[in-house]
Design a binder for this molecule. Sequence first.
Ligand code: ACO
Length: 145
Amino acid sequence: MLSIRPFGPPDLPHVAGIVRESLRENYPSSLYIDIHRWWRDGFLIAENGASILGFLAAVVNAPSTARILMLAVREPWRRQGVGSRLMDVFVRECGMRGLRDVELEVRKSNVAAIRFYTRYGFQISNLIPRFYTDGEDGFKMRRHL
Ligand code: ACO
């Protein structure tokens, strides 16, 4: 049974593991703690019983704009609606906080994620040359709520 709940500090090693596997990044623990402190309701965990399947982490970037920093679902659980559930709950949280726009960056080569975001009403607004540390370009995508 899939449920979406706020992140808590005991989730940290699981989230860091998903980030390593799915986003190929290695961030210090302090980053997750800071994101959690900045906006508790914008850091969401998808779980099935005791297993964490995915997460979404966002910050408030401007008075009316949220920025999704990370969204990932563990590989065996993709294409089963987990990312959609995370996005639905996140958009509801944005509404409750009075946020009107959501933005994010995605690797230019990440066709699956670009399709996912497009399905959720995001549009590519511009290319960001060499946005990623390995030199890959990123797309900025935005959605008006
Ligand atoms: N190819 C094409 N369309 C896709 C794909 C895909 N691989 N994945 C999702 N979609 C689209 C489809 O329209 C899908 O609906 P359908 O299955 O009925 O056709 C719809 O999105 C909803 O898919 P979900 O099952 O809800 O999405 P999922 O749980 O698989 O999560 C996610 C999508 C988060 C992008 C997942 O693929 C993932 O974790 N990828 C690796 C990590 C990643 O790239 N994250 C985004 C980086 S950008 C950032 O973090 C800001």
